[in-house]
Design a protein. Structure first.
Length: 227
């Protein structure tokens, strides 16, 4: 059944609901809230049940997502070594590869900032899969990538996301000096809860007592790479 989600026609409702409703949803929040009410009615669960009210408030509030910041390691030095046009070609090839992998792992591009990418994923494992794949194939032999990953609640508005989770993910990426992937402890915990063998076979290194600008205290971050 076609609906409009953020202005784009998609087959978005699950098969359980197909053929029952046609609606124009230009806001993701409206879509999910209405879908939630429909599911309650189909299962004859009172819409004003206290448990349903708690779930609805969570649905309409901040959404937990995994945020990834990637950056081209040593981009300033690379720009000095090659012509500006050549660097633009390198950047375009890298961005094309990054966008391809974001789509492959069902993420969403949020924005680009110079040589950096900000993307969001539904879970930490997809975010890590994307970062690992981008490190393996950056789109250009001159490019090496570092990536910072954090997961937590954030607010979505139009095509951007906001909140402490975004700021913390940026600080995780900023703590990296070489072409590495680092995760916050919360993102690492989410990966461990998934229990997939492929993540246990990675080389995990703990970095303790890391200071993060604008965040009081010290933090544990995790660097990860294929063995």
């Amino acid at each position: 059944m076609p609906v409009l989600l953020e202005g784009i026609e998609e087959t978005a409702f699950p098969s359980l609901l197909q053929g029952r409703v046609y609606a124009d949803f230009r806001k993701a929040e409206s879509y999910y809230a209405t879908l939630f009410d429909l599911i309650l009615s189909l299962y004859r669960c009172p819409s004003r049940d206290p448990a349903a009210e708690v779930l609805r408030k969570r649905l309409n509030g901040p959404v937990p997502l995994a945020v990834v910041f990637t950056d081209v390691a040593g981009s300033t030095a690379k720009a000095r070594d090659i012509r500006e046009q050549a660097m633009n070609d390198v950047r375009r090839a890298h961005f094309a590869q990054s966008r391809k992998l974001i789509a492959q792992f069902q993420g969403r591009e949020i924005k680009t900032l110079g040589d950096s990418f900000m993307a969001a994923f539904h879970c930490a494992d997809s975010a890590l899969d994307y970062a690992l794949a981008l490190q393996r194939e950056t789109g250009h032999p001159r490019v090496s990538v570092r990536a910072g990953i954090h997961i937590g609640p954030l607010h979505a508005e139009e095509s951007d996301v906001f909140g402490g989770t975004v700021n913390f993910a940026a600080r995780v990426g900023g703590a990296i000096h070489d072409a590495e992937i680092w995760l916050s402890e919360r993102a690492k915990d989410d990966i461990e809860r998934l229990g997939a063998d492929k993540y246990q076979r990675l080389d995990w290194r703990r970095h303790e007592n890391v200071a993060m600008e604008a965040f009081p205290g010290k933090f544990t971050l995790w660097a990860v790479r294929p063995i």
